[in-house]
Design a protein around this ligand. Structure first.
Ligand SMILES: [Zn+2]
Length: 308
């Protein structure tokens, strides 16, 4: 299926990225140290006019951080990392709520590591649409060291498992000796019903299939971690997506276009998040990704094909 260009509103938003970068956002960034089962974490979120937005966790296992949180919380992240004696940080992917403090931590002497794809996407910050500036903030450029395919965390081995779909560069960290998996944004919830335009349904299913085959007890999802029942949660999401795919294909075979299939399946329409993102995160994009694949962001492709 040929790639299609992103629709005009989204291209326009990306084009005025510099304006959003310069504009003060009406937000407060919060950072709260918490314990997620056996793992120390820093819970971060922004609030707009007192209303909290989606939270994200950075985790600390021994002297290693997994993901680095929101750039607006950089002082709290660096202090938290220092207080726990962190010497290393590993990024699961380039999104700004995971890599937001890669630069600040490197400046503070923490060795930050990521895949070569993630590094390319961070070396020259991508233009972001308005809602990403608002919800997460735009981090400065970073140039992490290369992450090997197997890495030691707190005296145990972790396998670095490629897990594309949510984005092209995502990886998970699987620690078989503990039954732990740091899964970035592979999971999010059992019943995901919104996709961003560039999310790849087929790759998401493939990544979930692989992870769901592992004996994962604790699933350290960056947004909704599960201390127990990780494998069952992954299987539930996989089953949900496969069922959704069958239904989408059924209605498509009847000649229904994606917008009608959204209604056929009673998927959410017009949520606050969908409106704020100008349709970048929507059920229709999930249906489209099932049928036609993702819409590739040209700036992501350009960064990935650049050297570095
Ligand atoms: Zn993400």
């Amino acid at each position: 299926m040929p790639e299609r260009p992103a629709p005009r509103p989204y291209r326009t938003l990306v084009a005025i990225d510099a304006l959003w970068s310069a504009l003060p956002m009406p937000v407060r960034t919060h950072a709260v140290p918490v314990q997620v089962g056996p793992v120390a974490a820093l819970e971060m979120y922004r609030s707009v006019l007192g209303r909290p937005l989606m939270k994200v966790f950075a985790f600390r296992v021994g002297r290693t951080l997994v993901d680095t949180g929101l750039t607006g919380a950089s002082r709290a992240v660096v202090d938290w990392a220092r207080a726990g004696g962190a010497a290393h940080a590993i990024l699961t992917h380039h999104h700004e709520d995971h890599a937001g403090n890669a630069h600040a931590l490197a400046e503070a002497g923490v060795s930050v590591r990521a895949t070569s794809a993630t590094r390319r996407l961070l070396q020259r910050p991508l233009p972001l649409p308005f809602y990403e500036h608002l919800a997460w903030g735009k981090p400065p450029a970073a140039s992490p060291d290369l992450l090997p395919t197997r890495v030691e965390i707190d005296g145990e081995w972790a396998e670095v498992i490629p897990a594309p779909g949510h984005c092209v560069d995502q990886v998970c960290l699987w620690m078989p000796s503990r039954g732990w998996c740091f899964s970035g944004d592979v999971f999010l919830s059992e019943r995901v019903r919104l996709f961003r335009r560039d999310e790849d349904f087929a790759a998401t299913v493939s990544s979930l299939r692989q992870l769901a085959s592992l004996p994962i007890e604790s699933l350290f999802c960056a947004h909704r971690p599960r201390v127990a029942g990780g494998q069952a949660a992954l299987r539930a999401k996989l089953d949900h997506l496969l069922e959704l795919e069958a239904q989408v294909r059924h209605f498509h075979a009847l000649g229904h276009p994606p917008a009608v299939i959204v209604r056929d399946l009673r998927l959410p329409r017009g949520s606050t998040f969908e409106r704020l993102s100008l349709g970048d995160a929507s059920a229709e994009n999930l249906v489209r990704s099932v049928l036609f694949g993702p819409r590739v962001r040209a700036e992501v492709q350009a960064a990935l094909s650049a050297g570095g």
